[in-house]
Design a protein around this ligand. Structure first.
Ligand code: NAD
Length: 260
């Protein structure tokens, strides 16, 4: 389904991004991985995806908080593949603390990685998509693009910002065969969520088990974590021709969280 397409997925060395990279490589796309981690582990992921799916898989370790590095990554991808047909803005970090204790450096990092990086990748990748008359931009937002939770000021602000960016760019390119959408997962049990269990326990003064049952799964009427595979399947569907009329959409996949 994605043969002859090139997909760049930011933050794809782990969690949701890695799941999307797997799904896209399995569908025949060339994949550019990005993100941090152990060099040998990343190379093992890269070569496994390439050999299992016969795909061309590259890795670029650009730091998504750095506009210069983002520009170098996009330029290199376009130089090799001609176009980034599918851009998934997925890299993200979290920090949980009351606002009067929220470290300003963490605020800046979250806004840079979770929001501004998508501005930079999108502005740099769009011209080649416009030339082709086809493109897909998928922004990994969150249920926190639609509703807030206490102690996540930077994350909620960044994700609400991503929703606004998604709608704006969708309107700008609507007549050019390019769709721009945001996926809004509820809780998915990735390293990002594992890390915030003890942080949330501290901020709320409860145990880690209470965070899982009374905060995370309490938010989701299904009482289940969303899975990486479910989010990846939605991302893949957004790349299909059948999804050509879905644009500017802010799509929850949250077990009913934001229906409440
Ligand atoms: P994760 O921690 O497993 O993955 C995050 C990825 O981003 C990793 O590959 C990491 O190396 C990369 N990354 C972090 N900082 C980076 C930087 N400066 N430059 C480049 N890459 C960087 O987390 P995840 O849960 O898979 O999160 C992926 C996205 O999904 C994030 O945008 C997150 O906000 C969003 N999300 C996650 C959940 C959830 O419950 N896990 C829910 C809603 C939305």
């Amino acid at each position: 389904m994605l043969k002859h397409k090139t997909a760049l997925i930011t933050g794809s060395t782990s969690g949701i991004g890695l799941g999307i990279a797997e799904a896209f490589a399995a569908a025949g796309a060339n994949v550019i991985l990005n993100g941090f981690g152990d060099a040998a582990e990343i190379e093992a992921i890269r070569s496994r995806l390439a050999s299992e799916h016969g795909a061309t898989v590259r890795y670029d370790g650009a730091d998504m908080s750095k506009p210069d590095a983002i520009e170098r990554m996009i330029d290199a991808a376009i130089a090799e593949f001609g176009c980034i047909d599918i851009l998934v803005n997925n890299a993200g970090i979290q920090h949980v603390a009351p606002i009067d204790e929220f470290p300003p450096g963490k605020w800046d990092a979250i806004i840079a990685i979770n929001l501004s990086s998508a501005f930079h990748t999108t502005r740099l990748a769009l011209p080649a998509m416009k030339k082709k008359g086809w493109g897909r931009v998928i922004n990994m937002a969150s249920a926190h693009a639609l509703v807030a939770s206490p102690f996540k000021s930077a994350y909620v602000a960044a994700k609400h910002g991503i929703a606004g960016l998604t709608k704006t760019v969708a309107l700008e390119v609507a007549e050019q065969g390019i769709t721009v959408n945001a996926i809004c997962p509820g809780y998915v049990r990735t390293p990002l969520v594992e890390k915030q269990i003890p942080e949330t326990a501290k901020a709320r003064g409860i145990t880690e088990q209470q965070v899982i049952n009374d905060v995370m799964l309490h938010a989701q009427p299904t009482k289940k974590f969303v899975t990486v595979e479910q989010v990846a399947a939605l991302a893949k569907f957004l790349c299909a021709d059948d999804a050509a009329s879905i644009t500017g959409a802010i799509l929850p996949i949250d077990g009913g969280w934001t229906a409440q």
